[in-house]
Structure formats: structure tokens, C-alpha cells
Design a protein around this ligand. Structure first.
Ligand code: SF4
Length: 406
């Protein structure tokens, strides 16, 4: 990254080539317009930040078991969130936890062979997009699937497994292949491909809507890859037991590695979710959904899910952190809600306390992991603000808790 370029924090690609001259990515342009000023509120009234911090501390002091969730911020914010969670005996979960844990459950079950965005760009000649068109990452095709590579021009074959109706037609041109298949049947398809790869017959009829000869043609394409990549976006695999479909895809890649070179690429990492999982893992050994208890961190990947905890009354206060996208508001709940949010965040039902915070990578510097988790990229401050960063607001709440205890 040169001095004139900066990193974008607004999706899991964390593009490091943005400059004032670069024609904008629509998502980056839209989210880069956050105001530099905001108004703190407590019980619906405008207050100064110190009063909002005191009100937030009072809620946390009175809670037996808070939930610190959302967690859309940078690495320093995540560290401060975990500090506060440990201090208050809270549970931590990310706003993208549903998708994250489809991956984590599958990963914990058997691991996988993954690749990096750079490897995809420089080596992948066959890229399978399973159940996704990758449009949640607006520059994915430009950044990762462009014909140019470090080693010269690369001829790629893109295979779309899923609903190709939503796929931009220009991306289906050339060597792309679209195979319509319901997302719920991706696991079945991968199991059948593994069976054929192992030389076993697949029952007559169709597998996931595909005729046997179509299945074998697809397998031949996969086997012919010099460097194949199977990508999915777990956030889009919103059906029961989707972690089993993720596991099936990872197992197919493991088997393909016996005859060639293949890797998985789980798309994700937006809203700081990769960073949140990394920080929680290095602090506790677990990738979020951890409750801080007297005996130490307690990991519950299913029962520590935000929606379930709120619905079951498993927590009695919610601290919601959302510093990147004003549309990512806290879920509905009857327990008191503290929001550390972008200054342009609006609410139908105002939280008990709202503290406007600076946007990482726009108002303040920091670090953020991109979706492949291999690098923490530096974010820079591009606009001046008087708003506190998430880490500063959380530190102020912690200080107020200490002051009240003294
Ligand atoms: S693709 Fe994502 S990281 Fe890249 S500029 Fe757009 S929003 Fe930012």
C-alpha cells in the first residue's frame, strides 16, 4: 500500500488501494459520508457525552449478566469490548454471528484447507461460487478475479452454483458456467461429487436437480483445475443446519486435494467480524459467543447467540456496538439497551443510552482483519472529528464503573 492509498473498512475485502482519485465503490462511497459530529442521548433526551457514559455505566452496574454484541468496530474497539465484558461478566457475540458460526461449527468439526485473497488473484484458474454471487463484496471480481495476476494474464473459469438469475450477466460471460441449484442442496451435491471422485456410483436419477452426466462433467472441470477455489458466503446460507453444507464443501475440497490443488475461501469479514473473532480467540481461545464467568471464559456456540439470549431472558442489558454501518441497529428487546453507534444512526425505538462514536478508517486510525484473516490492515483517519472511538467510549464507561465502586 502506498502513502496515497488507504484501506476501506466497509466490507470484508478491506481494499487497500482506495485513493481520492479512484472511482468509488458504491458501498464505500455511501458509508464514507458519516457526519463528524453527533448528539448523545439518555432516555430520549440530549445529554453531554459524560452524562451518557454515566448512564451507560449505571445500566451495566445494575445488570447481572449483560450482552456485549454488535461488535462492528476495529481491533482496538474489540479489545476494549472484551475488557469490559470480562469486567462485567458479560457474554460477547457479533452482529454477523449467524453466518460466522455456520463456518465455525463446520471448521471445528474437521478443519479445512483455506487460501488467501492474494492466492486467488494470482493463482486460481477455477473459482466456484457456491450459493453466492459475491455482490455483498462489491469489488470482489475486480480485486480477486481480474485477468491480471502477479505471474501474467490468468485464464479463469468461474462456476456459479446457485440461483444465477441474480448474477450480473456480464459476469456470466466468457468462460463462466452457471448451474442452477437450490442452496439447501449444496451439501447433497458435494457429497455426490465426493462419491463420484472416489469412483462410486451415484443412485440413478438426479442429484440436487443434476443428471449424472452433468455431475460427471462438473467433476471433470474441477479435477482439471491447476488451482481451484471453492467460495461461499455463510451469511447467505440461511437455512437449517447450513453448517453441514459448509462441512460438505470443505470435505469436497479436501478430497479434491488428493488429485489436484484446491482450497476453500469463506467470504465474510464485514462489519469487523473477522477481527472480532480473532481478538476473542487470542484472548479466550474461542471465536466469540463466550460468557465471562467466575471460572473463566465459557463458550456456548448455540445458546450464546444474541437472538436466543434476548428471547430467553438470558441477559438483562444489551451493549450494542455499531460503528461502521448506520443500518445495523440493535435487535428488539425489552431489556435496557446502550448503543455505541455511528452519529448518523437513527432509531424507531430509541435505546436507553446512545453514544455517537467515530467511524474507524474514516474518523480515526486502527486495524482491521480482512476476510481471509491473514493480515490486519492499517486504517487511517481521513476526516477530523471530536467523537470518541469505540475503545475510548468503552474505556470511559469502565472508568465510570471504577469511580462508582471506589
Ligand atoms: S469492496 Fe468493500 S472494502 Fe472494497 S471499497 Fe467496496 S466496501 Fe470498501
Amino acid at each position: 500500500m502506498s502513502d496515497t492509498h488507504y484501506c476501506c473498512p466497509f466490507c470484508g475485502l478491506v481494499c487497500d488501494d482506495l485513493s481520492v482519485d479512484l472511482p468509488g465503490c458504491p458501498r464505500a462511497v455511501q458509508l464514507s459520508t458519516a457526519p463528524a459530529l453527533g448528539v448523545a442521548r439518555s432516555n430520549g433526551s440530549e445529554v453531554d457525552t459524560a452524562a451518557a457514559v454515566a448512564a451507560a455505566a449505571a445500566i451495566l452496574r445494575g445488570a447481572r449478566r449483560p450482552l456485549v454484541a454488535g461488535l462492528a468496530c476495529d481491533v482496538t474497539g474489540h479489545r476494549a469490548a472484551l475488557d469490559l465484558a470480562e469486567r462485567t461478566g458479560a457474554v460477547v457475540d457479533h452482529m454477523n454471528g449467524a453466518g460466522q458460526f455456520r463456518n465455525w461449527l463446520a471448521f471445528q468439526d474437521g478443519g479445512w484447507m483455506s487460501t488467501t485473497l492474494s492466492e486467488v488473484r494470482n493463482r486460481a484458474d477455477v473459482v466456484v461460487l457456491a450459493g453466492t454471487d459475491a455482490t455483498a463484496f462489491p469489488r470482489f471480481f475486480e480485486r480477486c478475479l481480474a485477468p491480471e495476476s502477479q505471474f501474467g494474464e490468468l485464464s479463469r473459469r468461474v462456476i456459479v452454483l446457485g440461483d444465477s438469475h441474480s448474477f450480473p450477466p456480464e459476469r456470466l460471460a466468457g468462460t463462466a458456467l452457471a448451474i442452477p441449484i437450490a442452496k439447501e442442496r449444496l451439501g447433497e451435491l458435494c457429497a455426490a461429487l465426493r462419491a463420484r471422485l472416489a469412483g462410486r456410483l451415484v443412485a440413478a436419477g438426479t442429484v440436487a436437480g443434476m443428471a449424472p452426466e452433468q455431475l460427471d462433467a462438473l467433476l471433470a472441470t474441477l479435477r482439471a483445475a491447476r488451482y481451484g477455489v471453492l467460495a461461499w458466503n455463510a451469511a447467505e446460507l440461511d437455512f437449517p443446519d447450513a453448517d453441514l453444507a459448509v462441512r460438505a464443501m470443505a470435505d469436497l475440497v479436501t478430497d479434491l486435494n488428493r488429485v489436484g490443488r484446491w482450497a476453500v475461501l469463506p467470504l465474510g469479514g464485514s462489519d469487523g467480524d473477522t477481527s472480532a473473532a480473532q481478538v476473542c480467540t487470542w484472548r479466550t481461545g474461542y471465536p466469540l459467543r463466550v460468557g465471562f464467568e467466575a471460572g473463566g471464559p465459557h463458550y456456548e456456540p448455540l445458546s450464546h447467540e444474541t437472538g436466543r439470549l434476548l428471547a430467553m431472558g438470558g441477559v438483562d442489558a444489551l451493549l450494542w456496538i455499531s460503528a461502521l454501518d448506520p443500518e445495523r441497529r440493535p435487535p428488539e428487546t425489552d431489556c435496557p439497551v446502550i448503543v455505541l453507534g455511528r452519529p448518523d444512526m437513527t432509531f424507531e425505538r430509541p435505546p436507553a443510552v446512545f453514544i455517537p462514536v467515530a467511524v474507524p478508517g474514516l474518523h480515526h486510525a486502527g486495524f482491521l482483519h480482512r476476510m481471509d484473516g491473514v493480515v490486519a490492515l492499517p486504517l487511517s483517519a481521513r476526516t477530523a472529528t471530536g467523537l470518541p472511538a469505540v475503545a475510548q467510549a468503552l474505556a470511559a464507561i469502565a472508568k465510570e464503573l471504577s469511580r462508582a465502586q471506589a
